[in-house]
Design a protein around this ligand. Structure first.
Ligand SMILES: Cc1ncc(COP(=O)(O)O)c(C=O)c1O
Length: 403
């Protein structure tokens, strides 16, 4: 009886392999390179505590009340200033912004308003699993193109688009999903040349780009590159941002920036989901942004993460002595992608790794087809530097035994 009660959408939902794998990894001695949770030491606790008290006592009529679905107007204004100062994006109005409950909700809302079961979405391979699970509920078909050292294989992407065109299905291509800065899981950054090429393709074939940028501010090396949104001057691009990795994921504050008509549709979609993102955390975030200290704070976080990243790269160099192994050296973000020779199956190795007290995410989690993978995603954000050294050493030993 119960089976009949489920919608076809619910049947498309799958539990996140990451959550499944990490379910019993709360063991104290386990070193986890699994999730992408920020280092809690980066949270500006004292300041956030003070602001929270003040907001509850003095702004309770907004903060403890239902609020507008579109988001706290003060937070939106602060974000508009940040986008102008940090990215040089001018001319944004509040109606170009929707505050979401984390950028994960933004992904779901985009699926909700843009995807049908006959739609196509182009993604990179590997791809952020959370985006796939958000889109998958709406039943689109995924076209995956390879991620190279400098991002999407653009030629392959154009070939796929041409195929759709030849089959008279181009109008069903709803968007390309991109994480141009320090991609999750690969850590790869889309080069300037390819950013321009992607924007050119979107103009030529008239499709949208969903640009997801949780990590842009966490750059440890090199010069900042312009967002796709900036290159396209906002045309055909939805830009997603979040405070999760730079302030606190517990606040659950994300953002969609784009054409006001699309933003209004997404707000309509959001009404039925949660009415509004909590006023309390929005106002805390707004007052925090207003203080103007966030970018000083981010500089400190960048120091912590840069050092952890270098520690992990050094440890991989030292302990992963497998011919043919290669790994990314990301300029920012939280992840390193380690690819082993094809005879390794990192899903099979996962259980053995857990037994010796170390966890990572097997590469198979990041492909839209359920292919086997000899890669693993290693996140360096949460463990201490000593744990990073020890954890990679354990992985190195395991690979030696298993080779
Ligand atoms: C690429 C990407 N997009 C979106 C999210 C979701 O972030 P949040 O919902 O916390 O804003 C994450 C989280 O790790 C991510 O890596």
């Amino acid at each position: 009886m119960l089976e009949n009660s489920f919608s076809s959408m619910s049947k498309r939902m799958k539990s996140s392999i990451i959550r499944e794998l990490l379910r019993d990894t709360g063991i104290v001695s386990l070193i986890s390179f699994g999730g992408g949770a920020p280092d809690p030491e980066t949270f500006d606790r004292e300041v956030l505590a003070e602001i929270s008290k003040d907001v509850i006592l003095n702004e309770y009529k907004f903060a403890l009340q239902y609020g507008p679905t579109e988001g706290d107007p003060i937070l939106k204004n602060e974000y508009i200033k940040v986008l102008k100062e940090r990215k040089g994006i001018n001319g944004l109005k509040p109606e170009n912004l929707l505050i979401t409950t984390g950028s994960q909700q933004a992904l779901d809302l985009i699926g909700r308003i843009m995807l049908d079961t006959d739609s196509y979405v182009i993604v990179g391979h590997p791809v952020y699993l959370g985006a796939i699970s958000a889109f998958k509920s709406y039943g689109p078909k995924f076209i995956a193109v390879d991620i190279e050292d400098d991002g999407f294989n653009i030629d392959q992407m154009e070939k796929e688009i041409k195929k759709l065109d030849q089959n008279k299905e181009l109008s069903k291509l709803r968007f390309v999903y991109a994480v141009p800065n320090f991609d999750n899981p690969s850590g790869v950054t889309l080069s300037l040349e390819k950013r321009k090429a992607l924007v050119d393709l979107s103009r030529k074939y008239n499709f949208m780009i969903v640009e997801d940028d949780p990590y842009g501010e966490l750059r440890y090396e090199g010069e900042r590159l312009p967002d796709l949104y900036e290159i396209a001057e906002g045309h055909n691009v939805l830009l997603l941002n979040t405070l999760s990795k730079v302030m606190s994921p517990g606040l659950r504050i994300g953002l969609i920036v784009g054409d006001s008509k699309i933003v209004a549709k997404a707000a309509l979609g959001k009404q039925g989901v949660d009415l509004c993102t909590p006023g309390l955390t929005q106002r805390i975030a707004a007052r925090y942004l207003q203080k103007g200290t966030i970018f000083e704070r981010i500089k400190e976080s960048v120091k912590i993460y840069r050092s952890k990243k270098n520690k992990m790269l050094d440890a991989i160099e030292k302990y992963v002595k497998i011919d043919g192994a290669r790994w990314t050296r990301p300029d920012g973000g939280l992840f390193i992608w380690l690819e082993l020779p094809k005879n390794f199956d990192t899903m099979e190795l996962f259980e053995k790794a857990k037994k010796i007290g170390v966890a990572y995410i097997p590469g198979t989690a990041f492909y839209v087809d359920d292919r086997k993978s000899s890669a693993m995603r290693l996140s360096f954000c949460l463990p201490s530097e000593d744990e990073i050294e020890e954890g990679i050493k354990r992985i190195g030993h395991l690979l030696e035994i298993d080779r």
